[in-house]
Structures are given as C-alpha cells and as structure tokens.
Design a protein around this ligand. Sequence first.
Ligand code: NFE
Ligand code: MG
Length: 572
Amino acid sequence: MAKIVVDPITRIEGHLRIEAQVDGGRVADAWSSSTMFRGIEIILKGRDPRDAWLFTQRICGVCTMVHAGASVRAVENALGIAVPPNAQLIRQLILGAQTIQDHVIHFYHLSALDWVDAVNALQADPAKTAATAQSISEWPQSSATYFRGVQQKLKALADSGQLSILTNGYWGHPAYRLPPEVNLIAVAHYLEALDWQRRFIQVHAILGAKNPHPQTYLVGGVARPVDLSSQAALNDHDLAKMRELFREAAELVNQLYLPDLKAIASFYPEWTGYGAGVGNYLAYGDYPETVTGRYAEEAPSFFLPGGVIFQRQLDKLQPVDPGKITEYVTHSWYRYPDEGHGRQPIDGITDPHYTGPEPPYDFLKTDGKYSWIKAPRYEERPMEVGPLARMLVAYAAGHQKVRALTGQVLQDLKLDTTALFSTLGRHAARCLETVLLAGKMEDLLDRLSTSIGHGDLRIHNNEYWDPASWPKEASGHGTLEAPRGALGHWIRIKDRKILNYQAVVPSTWNGGPRDAAGQRGPYEAALVGTPVADPERPLEILRTIHSFDPCMACAVHLLDLRGRWRHAVRVV
Ligand code: NFE
Ligand code: MG
C-alpha cells in the first residue's frame, strides 16, 4: 500500500494536488485538492451589476470569455432584460470559437502526451509514417519528407539535451503503447495544432476586439456594431474572414483531430474500462436555435440540450433545474453556519477558512477540510459536467447528429455506448463535440449575416440601462456551457448594487472534494480502480485527471502566498 502525491498536476490551468492510495497496483482511494485561493465572489460585493462580467471574465485566461457570458446572462435574467438577436448570435459565435479552440488545445497540447511517447517518435520510419497517415486521413501534409522534417526537428531538440516543451515527460514508461510511427504523427500534429489555434482565435479579435478576454460584452447586448457596408462595424469583409477560419477549423477537426483520436484510442482499448467515476451527468444546454432575447426561455430550442442523467441511465433523461443545486464546504476551506448542509448558490457564502496543514507537509488532512474547491451537488448527488455529459444528454435526448456521429466512432472502434463511461469516453465525447460545433459555426454565421442583411442593426437593448428604472431588489442566474462543462452564475441585486454573487463552475463540479455524506467528487471517484504500473511515475493518474481537462483558476475563482508548492511526486 503506497500513498502517492502528485502536486502539482501539470498541463492544466492552476494548482491541483492529487493524493492517491495505491493497493495492488491500482488506485484504492483518491483525494482531489486545489491548493490555490482566489476571491472574485468577494471582490464583486457592492459593485455595479453591469461591471460584474469584466471582473468575472478574469476568473480564467483559458476559457477566456465564458464567465463574461454567464455574468451578463445572470444580470439580464435578474433584471428581465431582453437581448437583440445579433448580440445573441455574436455571443454564440464567440462561445463556439472558444470551445473549438479549447478542445483542440486540450487534445494535442494538454493530454495527448499522456498517450503519445514523443521521444519514441525518433525511432519512426518516415515512409511508414506517411503511409499510415495517408491511410487514416485526407490531410494534405502527410508525405515522408514532411514527417522526416518533423523528426529532424525533434532530434535537434533531443540532441541539445533540452527537450523544451517536451521536458519532464514520462518518456519510455511501460504504459505507452503506440508504435513509433503513430507517435511521430501525433508529434507532427501537436505542432500543426499549435500554429492553427493561434490563427483561429482571430475570431475573438474580430468579434470581441481581443483575445484572451474579449471586450465587447455588455449587459443587454454587445458593443460590436454591425453593418455589412461600414468600415467601422462588423462588415462583409469580417464575415468572409470568419468563414475562412471556420472552414480551416472544420478541416483540421475532421482531418486531424478525429482520425488521430480514433488512431490513438484503438491502441488503448482497456481505457474504456477505467475512469468512469460518479456516473451522474449534468448539462444546462446552450446555443439557442430560436432567439427570443431571453435565454432562460430558449431552452427548448438549444442545439446542445440540457438535462440530467443519474447512474448512467441514458433512457431516464431528466430536465435540469438549477434550483436543485447546493454547495457543500464540509471538506473545503470555507465556513458555513451549518456545514452539515449544502447551500443553494443564490444564498451561497464565500467565507475562506484555512484549517491547515501548514506547509511543508506530507499529506492533507483528508478527514477534515482539504481543498479550496467547494463540493457542488444536484439533488445531493455529485455530477460530472463537460463534453461527455453534454454528448450523453444529447444522445439520450435523441439528438440525431450526436447519435449518428457517436454511432460512427463507436463502430469504427468496435465499441458500444458503455465505452463512453470512461477516461477514453471523455476524450471521444470532446472530439465529437468539436466536430459538431465546427459544423455549426457557418450556420451561426449565416444567421447573423441574414439578420444584418435584412437591415436589423440592433446590438444592444438600452431600455433598462438607467439603474433608476431597476427594482429595489432583484435576483437571477445565468447558465452557459463552457468548454469544461456546465457553468452557472447567481446574483442578488439590492439598491442597484451586488449584494451576493456566486459562481458554480465546471471544474468545481468535477474537481470538488467529498461532501457531508462522504460522497467522492468526480475526479476522486474516477481514479478509483485506475492501474498504476510505477508509483514513482503515475502516468495513469494523469490520464484520467487530464481527461476532465481541469482548470483550477475556474474551480476556485477565489493566490495564496502559502501555496508555493514544489513539483513533487511523493510515494510513502
Ligand atoms: Ni478556466 Fe472554465 C471552462 C469555466 S472550467 S477553464 O471551460 O467556467 O472550470
Ligand atoms: Mg463559487
């Protein structure tokens, strides 16, 4: 029996520590802890609700705009403000572009190296690599000369003794299973995708003035004027540029990401049997097809539907009700008057209360408080959120495109739907969602172009802009499907100021600790049963944790000067 500490988990955003009890070569129990505190919910108190999005957007530099999107929706919901169709479509385009870029970066840059032995790619035969690449995809850059060039670049890095972006991988680990040629394909595409993601996110500069953190959000709409024939507004030229970027994205997603996902997954079939976790899934849904201006009313038309699934029962999809959400702090470094119960976010409290241990220490005190993440629950149950939850909910709801795409990938890999409840299932679902959204962007663009073309140039509803017209007290919430999952912001407004503001965030759902009843959070539950071949190099733990695409900046949204951890894998 060994206790393994991985701290920090790298190739994620923020500070995550995993402690795992390993017994007989498998994880017997696990604890997820974020070692970073922030305080954005506290900073918001007393401010103008119209400014909240600017503060909440700084929660994260990875899912850069989602907290702005949820925030304006929350304030609009509280004050009953309707948003013009152009603004809604611009917001959807910004969110879709964020999600596509985020998922591709996650696959190639944050998680592929858990499966791909980059150094082993030096052993590949470039001619064989080209033949393999051409057999799985139409992607034009697949010649032996091209792969030889990539290999030479990699060799120059290895010969220099400085692996640069590839430093400190567990190269040569026995859990790596790909032939050298597939490793070389993946390394080549790591570099291709790195270049592509930089170009693609110009969409945010076009629609939102900059990336990260687009600046064109506004309560009631957006601050991006539209006029197809004006140089000073979103015009024909901008739409054409975006169309080109979306076409390029669809090519990359269909010709690189999807074939690479399938090729890599085919060498790791046993990973459809690990990492399932809690088996409960939640999605709020997003991308309204019918824009009425009031997001909460548009749920029936969501392109990605909302819903809740318990215990993997795809035939028992339930509607999602944000009123059934509570957050526990029994094992989190916060104080509640009564810690035996969860609190609804609308009445949520952020009262930081660090109870130790004082660094340096060997282990967290996991029978007490051990994380800066709260523990959200839906009907008292831990829920997984994210691309897998969204694809399962859409599948259960009978979404034809999702059913067709999922069926095709499962058939290609000779798997059935139960394979989705796994570490590999999370990767597959994320890829399917990217294919789906990449195919959706032109449609959103067409709708925007048609709307503007018909002469509707409205981008903002300033009817309620004067706070004197607001009720004395108001409350509301805004939900949004962020790349990592279901995101909710709750707001109470009193005397035109923020009385309380609470964010319940995707990585809070997935990365949270135990609750008062001792139920594990999704990361913790997913690790149980994961094999660990070498406790000194716990590559398998990274595989399952990375499959969730963790972001601690989002999860805690609340820096602790004490939290200066050295990189450590400790085995006791
Ligand atoms: Ni910081 Fe975020 C997303 C949000 S996840 S990345 O996607 O909200 O915790
Ligand atoms: Mg919160």
